[in-house]
Design a binder for this molecule. Structure first.
Ligand code: SF4
Length: 359
């Protein structure tokens, strides 16, 4: 990024202050935002209803910090994986997943990740840095340009790419504000899901402050098991995590989605399923059983279809809504982390934490 400020980083009020400082009426900022988000314009010179002097002044102060699409691979099933290069040449990935009339965008929130989940390729990178809000917004815009001609825009947005979104909360919240604002991308918060490993203290804040859906990666039925699979559990053990979930103020008919990556002979037994039923019984919860995608160097194996169906049946018998997510995009290395695909539900999240970088 140059010394100029990234226009995608700005809230309307901040741009209003910016144009006011240039001696222009504040409403000019709204006009600029309409060009930027309503019409997708990427240069001030094209903003024909602004005075030329203002266009030049904006040009001097602000830049369009869109990431560069370094690679775009399309799988046989239509899943597209994008490798995006940021201004400092760091790389992140986003995934476009078409499914039954819906198009979901899986978004990264950090470069790498510090959470060290044992079943995730991204974890091997460690955390390189947080994404700025403008970079997250830029990710959404850059991915939008890779939709097929005639393909409808994204119907769902899931923060399940690289990184732990709640570990980058302030920037995430700003990005969500821009994504959901009427002057911004105008996306309904109900169409957005943020997935966390369970940073219990932040979950409540996320839902109250942004109104988006919450997904929690559970992936274990006991503390011992989760300690091994997800080190965050040592900080927020299951009791603390579930207590945190209970404190989340859900809207009517809203539920927390719990993701459960199915690992053969690790967490997929009958007893595991029964424990999950008990753990989630006090909550308004639904469960996504996610097929583990192998990646190079991983010692885990995916559970069999039979084991997944048995697990699902036990959850359903325990009055939990449980769906099985099929894997998609295997032929384009979507298996680098866990590319998980929504097959049935509108708000069902994906967890596609992955890293072309990590491969
Ligand atoms: S699964 Fe998500 S939170 Fe865990 S290491 Fe991977 S990217 Fe980070």
């Amino acid at each position: 990024m140059s010394a100029k400020q990234d226009i995608y980083e700005l809230l309307l009020s901040e741009l209003e202050d910016g144009v006011a400082a240039l001696g222009e009426p504040r409403y000019r900022a709204w006009q600029v935002m309409r060009w930027v988000y309503g019409r997708g314009v990427r240069e001030f010179a094209a903003m024909s209803d602004l005075p030329k002097s203002l266009r030049s002044a904006l040009e001097e102060r602000y830049a369009f910090g869109l990431p560069r699409v370094a690679q775009c691979s399309t799988a046989q099933d239509g899943v597209k994986k994008l490798l995006l290069e940021l201004a400092d040449r760091e790389l992140i990935e986003s995934v476009i997943i078409p499914a039954r009339g819906r198009v979901t965008l899986c978004i990264s929130s950090q470069v790498g990740c510090a959470m060290a989940c044992a079943f995730c390729a991204t974890a091997r990178m460690g955390l390189r840095r947080n994404l700025r809000a403008g970079e997250i917004v830029g990710e959404v815009l850059a991915a939008g340009e890779k939709l097929d001609p005639g393909q409808p825009s994204f119907t769902n947005y899931v923060f399940m790419g690289m990184g732990e979104p709640l570990a980058n909360y302030i920037r995430l919240r700003r990005a969500l504000a821009i994504m959901t604002a009427p002057w911004g991308l105008g996306i309904s918060p109900r169409r957005i899901t943020v997935s966390t490993v369970g940073l219990a203290a932040m979950m409540e804040r996320l839902v109250v402050e942004t109104g988006v859906n919450l997904a929690v990666s559970l992936t274990a039925s006991s503390d011992g098991q989760r300690d091994r699979l997800m080190p965050i559990n040592r900080r927020f053990p299951l009791a603390a995590l579930l207590k945190g979930c209970q404190r989340v103020a859900l809207k009517r008919r809203q539920r927390i989605t719990f993701e459960y990556v199915m690992l053969k002979d690790v967490n997929d037994s009958r007893q595991d399923a029964e424990r999950v039923v008990k753990l989630l019984a006090p909550l308004r919860a639904k469960v996504n059983l996610i097929c583990f995608n192998r990646f190079e160097g991983s010692t885990f194996e995916p559970s069999s279809r039979q084991a997944m169906e048995r697990f699902q049946a036990i959850l359903r018998d325990g009055n939990l809504t449980a769906t099985i997510r099929e894997s998609r995009g295997r032929d384009i290395a979507a298996a680098c982390g866990q590319l998980r695909v929504e097959a049935q539900q509108v708000d069902g999240p994906l967890k596609c934490a992955g890293a072309l970088r990590a491969q």
